[in-house]
Design a protein around this ligand. Structure first.
Ligand code: NDP
Length: 250
């Protein structure tokens, strides 16, 4: 029996949280995985070395996904070590603290839009040419259930994530003739550093509001990303957004 095909995978924002769980999932399945972040590089290095110490084939790249130059440089660095990116997981993202739109500065609105919406497009721009020439490849964007439902006091974030869903559909249509698939996962509430500011009582109230009655885990998101990314499981799926949110978007 021939061994399953392995791929070069770039998971953006994989120094912690959901991205780290996704990177670990692909690496444990035997793929060559580039971990990534921009700010806390020591955390990224620690996690990359932790995975490498268990025999996994991982490397790290650093750069701001809101910078086109950084995105192209990182794609080249990955290609030089592991070969061109064949699976891109656009996971890196930021959120502001909850506040009214009228309390957000123009700089904050631009920062969220650049990181959460333009950044994934720039990463895709950097890897799509090779995917198209290879007539293969897959992109999974991490949206959010808030991009489906909308959310008071999280307008910039929810708007950017709704944009990610639109980006997913549009790029999927653009790349389908080239055999490249583009899908999204829309997570529900997952306890990570992104929402660490909520106290226990608030988190309990959030869990009670989720139809399945509990928070999700980063590993549950990683399972869905892996399913959508792989040709073996999702070869006829493109342009879709899979909510993995315990029913929050119902
Ligand atoms: P975390 O804050 O735990 O992790 C975010 C990751 O993105 C870190 O690795 C961070 O590293 C990196 N990052 C942030 N900004 C940039 C940037 N400009 N360039 C490169 N890397 C960057 O978040 P989560 O794991 O919770 O979230 C992951 C994704 O899932 C995000 O897109 C988020 O919007 C989405 N999501 C999360 C939900 C949740 O409940 N947690 C729910 C729905 C969606 P560093 O800052 O060190 O560079």
């Amino acid at each position: 029996m021939s061994a399953a095909k392995t791929h070069t995978v770039w998971v953006t924002g994989s120094s912690r949280g959901i991205g780290l769980a996704v990177a670990e999932k692909f690496a444990r399945k035997g793929h060559r995985v580039a971990l990534h972040c921009v700010h806390r590089v020591e955390t990224l290095t620690r996690e990359t070395e932790r995975l490498r110490a268990t025999g996994l084939n991982v490397m790290q790249v650093t750069g701001d996904i809101a910078s086109e130059a950084d995105c192209f440089r990182m794609a080249h660095e990955i290609a030089a070590v592991f070969g061109p990116v064949e699976i891109l997981v656009n996971n890196a993202g930021i959120a502001l603290e909850e506040k009214l739109l009228t309390d957000c500065t123009a700089e904050e609105l631009a920062r969220v839009a650049m990181t959460d919406l333009v950044g994934p497009m720039l990463c895709a721009k950097a890897v799509v040419p090779h995917m198209v020439s290879d007539r293969a490849g897959s992109i999974v964007n991490i949206a959010s259930y808030l991009g489906i439902t909308g959310c008071s006091c999280e307008t910039p974030y929810a708007a950017a994530k709704a944009g990610v869903i639109g980006f997913t559909k549009s790029l999927a249509a653009e790349l389908a003739p080239s055999g490249v698939r583009v899908n999204a996962v829309a997570p529900g509430y997952i306890p990570t550093e992104m929402n660490a500011e909520f106290d226990e009582e608030t988190v309990r109230a959030i869990a009670n509001d989720i139809p399945l009655g509990r928070l999700g885990s980063a590993e549950e998101i990683a399972e869905a990303v892996y399913f959508l990314a792989m040709e073996e499981t999702a070869s006829f799926i493109t342009g879709q957004t899979l909510a993995v949110d315990g029913g929050s978007s119902l």
